[in-house]
Design a protein around this ligand. Structure first.
Ligand code: ADP
Length: 766
């Protein structure tokens, strides 16, 4: 007897807030003839053995059986029993000739949505190995909106029908007029026509308005490829041609687009985007932007170029926007996606170009959960997709530059600013020679330059990379320092809110009236500056000026950021005082003076990239000055004017700085000439953390070209009650460090509440 065709019963919709993989009642899945009742119909000889990867930290995919006639394919979305639950997973392998499959548990249902593309699956496997995490953890980052697997729900809109309307009252006429202009829901039409909903209902009942079903998740407007871009300068044109050439090759190619701030890198890569989209009607393009929620201005330029907003993907979008974006990418309809690092894990069907803008930016490194560096994974993703990846920056990371110098990446340079804008003069202010007055932070030179700029109707930007009022609050009676209970780091005073805040964990408390140590009343002195304190000083110096603070405390989210940026661009702010949020690609035509109040802040802390990061950040900040037709000056206040980062900054000698930095790294065998990985062990008490650290030290494999350093107490020894120990592993370039770390990890059994986190290519050493 041939098996009867599987029955298909649509399942109920899952609650929207359920995490990926946690329920069988996921939308989009259909029961396909399994369970006690239907099993009888299925010929048991015709099972396929199917391995399913779940979005969970399991070591590998699990095997199930599925009727052959389901025709399950690699990448299909299925629901299968796991313990007592039914969990969403993805088909990772299919064996159609497996005699023992009949003994396995059955897959429960499958979705009719498009399967996860082959290159996404290979990318998941590869990146899981690379970052030393179970592949299910990477799949979890891919399946960010399983709701999107079901067809979009629809809602009713109404448009005028051909049927005549019997009684035309003025109210009805207004509704019909509005509906003719644009169909809308009953409520919308009533609102637009300023009538009650009963008027609209009446028109629906008499057939004068007819119902149309509109999908809740409408497709995005496609980019208009007929729109011309800006006319490019000859240098920009040449650079754009090289990027377009890489796109046309339809094969993996990595290109460093290396141009000073304001040279038109965005203009140039937009041409490569246009090329990729125009030459293949199903091509998809991904542009990664650092902290995209904060860089809305770039999105506006995309919209201007293509007449449609790119599809946005970052942590601040709503659940609904996430579902819509995921669905449209998965169906291959979303053509241009602009996103934060996590967009790299979207299920693109035909990715033809990836752009990583500001490729040196620290926000591409994810440290919580699965630790990964999105820039590096973007290059790997492009390899799997056989497409081009463009890394754009004015201050490329040493990693990328070394790859370009070694010929692994192509190197496209733009050395002049667009139009008449020139690079700002950088003046090093030696704080030992030219200090500000006691208790102030702005040096006399910077005060004078700011005053002159304001007198000319221009603007100044004062950069201090520390939020709040003062980084240390000290009892003047007993010397007690207010510390965070979780991390033992200093609490930062925030004057506007009257609170003391831990910038690491977010812990905060009202500023006490008495010292908790010696009970002296009103005893506290503020030590050191934050932006709020700089603002206080600027108001005293320039009482007439319009002054604003720009930090993540004053600009929470995209709208507030946009508002401040727009006010600054429109000349409604005279002095902007900001943290590193100001360093990100804004164009302020009237800005001619930039003051970096404490350039040494980033050099402290002794991590590998401190010098490089300081150089990048300071040159980005300095690059904000003189963007348009007015020359700018940047004043960099430092106690270390002899530091090579400072000298290079003043001389605009990026390559000289990087060459010195590269020499030092090469001598130490550090990245990019060697490789690093970190292990952080955290436990609820010192004893458990030490025990695990000891066990790991004992288990460390020995391998040629690998040094294991540690365990040592992590610089942040306690975070949220967790005691932390660290290992640092350095390996020669040729060593497969990921494999070494995986082998090491497999040798120890982690039990109880202790955690072991591996970070390949660590950026933070805390
Ligand atoms: P970068 O990304 O290298 O910092 P942008 O692409 O942001 O440079 O360009 C800097 C400024 O110059 C922007 O305001 C941009 O609109 C303008 N610009 C650059 N190239 C052109 C061009 N070819 N035509 C018109 N404006 C341009």
């Amino acid at each position: 007897m041939s098996p009867s065709p599987p029955r298909r019963i649509a399942r109920r919709r899952a609650p929207a807030d359920r995490a990926a993989g946690e329920s069988a009642t996921l939308p989009g899945f259909e029961i396909a003839g399994v369970g006690e009742e239907s099993d009888a119909f299925i010929n048991t000889a015709s099972w396929a053995k199917v391995a399913v990867l779940f979005p969970l930290p399991l070591p590998e995919p699990f095997d199930y059986r599925a009727p052959l006639e389901w025709g399950l394919k690699l990448g299909d979305h299925v629901v299968a029993p796991l313990g007592s639950r039914s969990v969403h997973g993805v088909v990772w392998s299919v064996d159609e000739n497996n005699a023992s499959a009949g003994n396995l548990k059955s897959i429960e249902s499958f979705a009719s949505a498009a399967p996860l593309p082959d290159e996404s699956r290979r990318f998941i496997d590869w990146s899981a190995k690379y970052v030393v995490t179970p592949p299910g953890n990477v799949l979890r980052m891919v399946l960010r909106s399983t709701e999107a697997l079901s067809p979009s729900r629809t809602f009713a809109v109404y448009a005028p029908s051909d049927a005549p309307c019997d009684v035309v009252t003025p109210a009805r006429a207004r509704v019909l007029h509005e509906a003719l202009r644009e169909a809308g829901t009953a409520a919308e039409l009533a609102r637009r026509a300023a009538v009650s909903q009963s008027v609209v209902k009446g028109l629906i009942e008499m057939g004068a308005l007819t119902r149309h079903d509109r999908p809740e998740d409408a497709p995005f407007d496609p980019p208009d490829l007929a729109r011309p871009g800006n006319a490019l300068s000859p240098a920009q044109h040449a650079a754009a041609e090289m990027l377009k050439e890489a796109v046309r090759e339809d094969a993996f190619a990595a290109v460093l687009l290396d141009g000073v701030t304001g040279s038109g890198k965005t203009e140039v890569y937009l041409e490569a985007v246009a090329e990729a989209l125009a030459r293949d009607p199903s091509a998809q393009v991904l542009v990664l932007l650092p902290e995209i929620a904060l860089t809305q201005a770039v999105l506006a330029r995309f919209e201007e170029r293509f007449g449609a907003r790119p599809v946005e993907w970052h942590s601040a979008i709503t659940q609904k926007a996430r579902r819509r974006a995921w669905r449209e990418v998965n169906e291959g309809r979303a053509r241009l996606v602009a996103g934060a690092r996590s967009a790299l894990f979207l299920p693109f069907r035909n990715l033809r170009l990836i752009v990583v803008d500001e490729e040196h930016d620290g926000s591409y490194k994810q440290e919580d959960g699965v630790a990964y560096q999105a820039r590096d994974l973007a290059v790997a993703r492009a390899k799997f997709g056989g497409c081009a990846v463009v890394l754009a920056s004015a201050t490329p990371s040493l990693e990328t530059l070394v790859n370009a110098q070694a010929g692994r990446y192509r190197h496209v340079k733009l050395s002049a600013r667009h139009g008449v804008a020139v690079l700002p003069d950088v003046v090093l202010v030696d704080l030992k020679v030219d200090p500000p007055e006691k208790g102030s932070w702005i040096s006399p030179k910077l005060i004078a330059a700011t005053a002159e700029a304001l007198a000319r109707g221009e603007q100044a930007l004062l950069y201090m990379n520390r939020r709040g009022y003062a980084p240390l609050t000290l009892c003047r009676a007993c010397g007690h320092r207010m510390q965070s209970p979780d991390t033992q780091s200093w609490l930062v005073e925030h004057k506007y809110t009257g609170r003391l805040v831990c910038h690491l964990t977010g812990f905060s408390m009202p500023k006490p009236r008495t010292c908790p140590n010696c009970l002296a009343p009103d005893p506290f002195v503020a030590i050191g500056p934050g932006v709020e304190r700089v603002e206080e000083e600027a108001r005293t110096l320039f009482p007439q000026a319009r002054i604003e603070i720009f930090s993540s405390d004053t600009a929470k989210g995209g709208d507030q950021v946009r508002a401040i940026v727009e006010r600054m661009a429109a000349g409604e702010i005279d002095i902007l005082i900001g943290t590193q949020i100001v360093a990100k690609g804004h164009n302020f035509p009237l800005l001619t003076v930039v003051g970096v109040l404490d350039a040494d802040l980033g050099l402290k802390g002794g991590d590998l990239r401190a010098g490089e990061r300081t150089y990048q950040l300071l040159s980005q900040v300095a690059g904000r000055a003189g963007r348009a037709d007015r020359p700018g000056r940047a004043f960099v206040q430092t106690y270390a004017p002899e530091h090579e980062a400072m000298i290079a900054l003043a001389a605009h000698d990026r390559d000289g700085f990087l060459a010195a930095e590269a020499g030092a790294r090469e001598a130490m065998g550090m990245p990019p000439y060697g490789r690093l990985a970190a292990v952080v062990i955290s436990g609820p008490d010192e004893a458990s953390a030490n025990r695990m650290a000891h066990e790991m030290a004992e288990a460390a494999p020995s391998a040629d070209g690998v040094d294991v350093w540690g365990p040592a107490p992590a610089p942040l020894t306690v975070i949220r009650g967790q005691h932390r120990r660290r290992f640092l592993v350095r390996a020669d370039r040729g060593v497969d460090l990921s494999a070494f770390m995986a082998a090491w990890r497999a040798r120890v059994k982690v039990t109880g509440s202790v955690r072991v986190q591996i970070d390949v290519d660590p950026y933070s050493f805390l």
